[in-house]
Design a protein around this ligand. Sequence first.
Ligand code: PLP
Length: 450
Amino acid sequence: AAEVIAGWNAPDQVAAAQAHLLSPFESMEKLGQTPDRPLLTRGEGVWLYDEAGRQLLDGPAGMWCTQVGYARPEIAEAIAAQAMTISYSSPWYFLNGPSAALAARIAAVTPGDLNHVFFTTGGSSAVDSALRFMQFYNNVLGRAGKKTILARIDGYHGSSHLTAAVSGRAGNRPNFDLEMETISFLSAPNMFTRPEGMDEAAFCDHLIAELEERIETLGADSIGCFIAEPVLASGGILVPPQGYHQRTLEICRRHDILYISDEVVTGFGRLGHWFASEEVYGITPDIITFAKGVTSGYVPLGGFAISDAVLARIAGEKSKQSFYSNGYTYSGQPVACAAGLASMDIIEGDGLLEHVRDIAPYFQAQLATLADLPLVGDVRGAGLLGCVEIVADRAKGVSTDLDAKLTLRIDRLCYDKGLIVRPIRSMCVMSPALVITREQIDLMVRILRE
Ligand code: PLP
């Protein structure tokens, strides 16, 4: 198959896509037309190359996932070696070395007593599995009514039915029947659009009061979990106000509500640590979901890590008649886990966590220099996650549909100059591979400024 595909020329590939490929989040209006997505032919480090031979700096690192960069032979070799040793083993009937080793490796870098790992196929299945675990857990504990999920407007947790249902981004919801009574949305911790006149501390108090009121209204006995990204990624690189994470966790603990930290984007070095929950934001959640960076995007893999304390509550007799009947053909897929081990080896061996901690302030400072441009409404971020928000009419203070259109044009212009932006609505989101250098950051910011 590789030879056949290598033998295809770009027009053939584009024609095949036009005739047969359905892309994610696509408008059916364009079905059968030439796809407006460029065809990539190669990647190396932070660079991508398209069919026209253009060299492009990959601003979003694929979809915030190519931590160690493209074309690392160590990962390719680990994948090939595992495929030739044992390419698949059923997680129902067998153990395999790479999944056991990767579970141990991840358990060693998660906070506190999050010592067990459940593998899935990606981020959506990771979050889906964590939410289903919450349902299972409360059923085992004889609390069938304690299942409501507290989520946040503008949160993004995936594209399965359940994870799309808990995702609070309005734009993803039309045309699906996602409404479920067991989900309750809280405000996004959006510092950029916070009520006028509120400083950071007052805004945090405001969000915490909302959470407490919601629990009071719904009743803690009906709430199973709170799910939150440490920094809302697709929702707009929203870094919550200081203290928000600790205070929400403390409230959840007080009401026996599981705290699920969705680190699909923030995990595996994006904020300079294996996970952001503890080392950046000082919390040890009950469950951490991960995907993307776990294999640097080389092959699909996701999962969740869960605390011993939570598992202990349902272990033994209590679970005798119960079954966590959730899992996938590819849970712990050995080739994927081998890729994960190789990627973690590189992150460790190349000192990439230290590199991110070292370079992130420079990255944030350079992006911040764009704030003087008349089209820029806000620049924000954390670690190697950054966002330049386009607000043409500063008097309005928030982005409009026109800004989203302008951002698409910025994306096109940047592409022609050699930078991939992949805008999210009116945001130019930058989350480069962890290996990015100061010179490459300079280039990114120079092109954005132009
Ligand atoms: N959770 C978060 C925070 C994400 O950003 C995403 C995807 O972007 C997901 C979950 C879903 O992951 P996947 O697309 O791998 O299913």
